[in-house]
Write a protein that binds this ligand. Structure first.
Ligand SMILES: Nc1ncnc2c1ncn2[C@@H]1O[C@H](COP(=O)(O)OP(=O)(O)OP(=O)(O)O)[C@@H](O)[C@H]1O
Ligand SMILES: [Mg+2]
Length: 390
């Protein structure tokens, strides 16, 4: 694969220990230093590092942070601590650490552990996750997610999975004219670890495209089995596990979402390389979108580059220009899709993706441009939004 980015490491250790550890890590990749848990969280969300190294002397809460990184942010952690301290080793492993390195550590030991873990991680991180999100109902999230998946699969010959994480009222399968015989609920109700076979059994194929669909729950009450009170094992993040397995086998995992900040959607946002944030040019949508973007950028700490705003029905405006809309949102508009009700609604009613039904329409061509842009940028490393502290 071309131009894969160099590994990125986050190092959280007491100041006197840092230079030596950093120098050893720098032989393998880029090192970002963090001076405490808050900074680690921020850097992890922004940079999606390959590995986080936490020194137990970095603070009391290092093990809690390790668990959080492992479970909530899908990030691998190596813990560094006192040698031969069986209690610390056990505690680190229980907290989800992938390795425990007892001090003193030689640079070679550190590098061997890190290289092994990064290679394993890379093998399971082949695909890209694109999450289609927005903070207003009916703006076109599902239409974009479904048709983008078709564009990537058929025009770019990619293996594409489409997941419906609008867990209460999702309609992705309907857009493809299929009636799923199994859904994401069947995956989440299984015991034991998920593997691709388990997930593939629950996926639906459509006569109208090569996209493989993991449909949402058939009724809203079943959503609780995926990310709510009905979870078989409450401590597991099923959506994260599913996305991680899928990215190992699909080139692209396209995620459709609901307007909420529940576990499933936040996980899909965290896991994504790219978030397509859909809005429309009407005041209620723009107001909610400005609030939503603020949450993604300020509260969740995503870098600007992770988000691309898609202005749907851009030509049906309220008299605002694109520049004015970008100003209201305080974010550039990356893509504009035209309003074509006869294409979008007709395709939805027939259960055939519009890029297939009306491939030459302006709307289909605009969605194809979004797909082409994702393909062009798929291997580009993230531009750091934060200064590296060296
Ligand atoms: N560019 C467009 N031109 C005309 N109609 C469109 C366009 N995009 C979407 N629509 C129509 O708008 C309606 C809402 O679209 P869609 O279901 O994709 O939105 P959504 O954001 O997923 O909604 P929800 O929040 O309910 O999940 C549908 O009837 C769809 O066919
Ligand atoms: Mg929808």
């Amino acid at each position: 694969m071309s131009a894969e980015r160099q590994p990125v490491f986050v190092l959280c250790a007491p100041a006197p220990r840092r230079p030596e550890l950093r120098d050893a890590l720098q032989a393998l990749g880029r090192v970002l230093e963090a001076d405490g848990p808050e900074r680690v969280r921020q850097v992890v969300r922004q940079e999606r590092p390959d590995l986080v190294l936490l020194h137990l002397a970095g603070g009391d809460d290092m093990l809690a942070l390790c668990t959080e990184l492992d479970q909530a942010l899908a990030t691998r952690v190596v813990v560094i601590g006192p040698s031969a301290d069986v209690g610390s080793i056990r505690a680190a492993m229980q907290a989800g650490a992938r390795d425990y390195l007892g001090e003193p550590i030689t640079p070679e030991e550190l590098q061997a552990s890190v290289a092994r873990l990064v290679q394993g991680e890379r093998r399971t991180r082949r695909g890209r996750v694109v999450t289609v999100f927005g903070t207003k109902g009916g703006v076109g999230k599902s239409t974009l997610a479904a048709n983008l998946a078709v564009v990537l699969a058929e025009r770019h010959h990619q293996r594409v999975a489409l997941i419906d994480l609008d867990l209460e009222f999702g309609c992705v399968a309907t857009l493809f004219g299929t009636r799923p015989s199994a859904t994401i609920v069947d995956v989440c109700r299984r015991s034991g670890a998920f593997n691709l076979g388990v997930i593939e059994e629950a996926m639906t194929r459509s006569a109208h495209s090569a996209v493989e669909i993991l449909a949402g729950p058939p009724t809203p009450d079943l959503a609780a089995f995926v990310d709510g009170e009905g979870k078989r094992e409450p401590d597991r993040n099923y959506v994260q596990e599913i996305l991680r397995v899928m990215r190992g086998s699909y080139d692209w995992v396209v995620v459709d979402t609901a307007v909420d900040f529940g576990e499933a959607v936040i996980t899909a946002l965290d896991e994504a390389e790219r978030v397509l944030f859909v809005t429309t040019p009407d005041v209620p949508a723009l107001q909610n979108s400005a609030k939503g973007l603020d949450i993604l950028l300020e509260r969740l700490g995503y870098p600007q580059e992770k988000l691309q705003v898609v202005l749907n029905r851009g030509n049906s405006g309220i008299g605002l220009t694109s520049d004015e809309i970008a100003h209201v949102l305080d974010h550039p508009i990356h893509f504009s899709l035209p309003s074509e009700g006869d294409v979008a609604v007709r395709a939805a009613n027939l259960g055939v993706p519009l890029v297939r039904l009306r491939g030459r329409s302006a709307l289909a061509r605009s969605i194809a441009r979004v797909g082409a842009s994702l393909m062009e940028n798929r291997d580009r490393g993230r531009v750091s939004a934060i200064a590296e502290v060296r």
